[in-house]
Design a protein around this ligand. Sequence first.
Ligand code: GLA
Length: 384
Amino acid sequence: MSLREQVITEFQRRFGEAPTTVARAPGRVNLIGEHTDYNDGFVMPMAINRAVWIALRPRLDPYVVVYSCDMDEVAEFSVLEMVKGRHSQWAEYIKGVAWSMQEAGLTLKGWDGVIAGDVPIGAGLSSSAAVEMAAARAFGHTSGIAWQPVEAAKMGQKTENEWIGVNSGIMDQTISAGGVEDNALLIDCRWLTLTPVPLPPETAVVIMDTMTRRELIGSEYNVRREQCETAAKFFNVPALRDVNPAQIEAVKDLLEDVVYRRAKHVVTENARTLEAADVMRAGDAVQLGLLMNASHASLRDDFEVTNNALNVIVEIAQAQPACYGARMTGGGFGGCAVALVKLSEAEAFASAVTAEYEKRQSRTPAIYVSTATDGASISPEVSA
Ligand code: GLA
């Protein structure tokens, strides 16, 4: 049974009738452009074929009553009583979205729902952004709000920053909201413009979960952000987006070494991401792969957000003949890497990486071959 069928069936069982609609929002993987979003820079993520689904029907009162199949738990709250922290984390994301939508001046109505997902939690594939964007679509449906992906993404980020307390950028929610089938999205994180860029022909995107989990992400992530802000202040610009690689090299000796290396990563990564868009438009998998490899080296040596497991799995992937390029993806310190691979050899690639990683790390990775999917959607009507 698909997840869509699962939430519809469970809804019928619990609420005695069919849901009026099903909302869906995908996780994401970032092909290139890492730790650039909060520097007003460029990112190139795609929405993946794993998503969060919510079957729902509107309520006449302000209550949201939602059952999570994954947690086997019901959460209930009123959109008129916005109190933090009373619910399990998954429900806090939904409640936080209700809060941020109301902060944006929207009037919300409640709903009954059933939620389930297959984006692995905590792996760096943005399961939380998927819950947020699915919830935004659910509230949009019950409250007559037209879908605007960028606005929804901003509300999702506000939820993350101010309700959950995670100081993340705008990438994850934007791609979950605005993804385009068969394309990655070049996102300009300053102006929030979204440009679909096709994946090179005959390639597969392979996600490799090291099964190590990020530690200290909160504090390390915030330290990186501060170092980037320090560098931007040095140049007297709003963000590192406004600095180019030559400018960084020119003042290398004036900057503290660690600030120099952080800034160097960001400005070279922005350049690589724009170049990636060009080579993708030209269908050039070889060049895209080389840019991904260079991105990994920069994240490992200059930005220092990899861990041993990520470096090992990327090294293994890069050594496979079918691989154009590979890098860590997401926040780092654990979680997933991503590889661009010859389509016809994707399965063999996955087996080879699994075997070699097991040998070297005594751990089994999880491997997902993913197509690029559309962003958050809602079914016009449900037939069970
Ligand atoms: C996390 C954050 C994103 C982004 C990446 C790094 O995934 O949620 O906003 O900053 O790290 O590129």
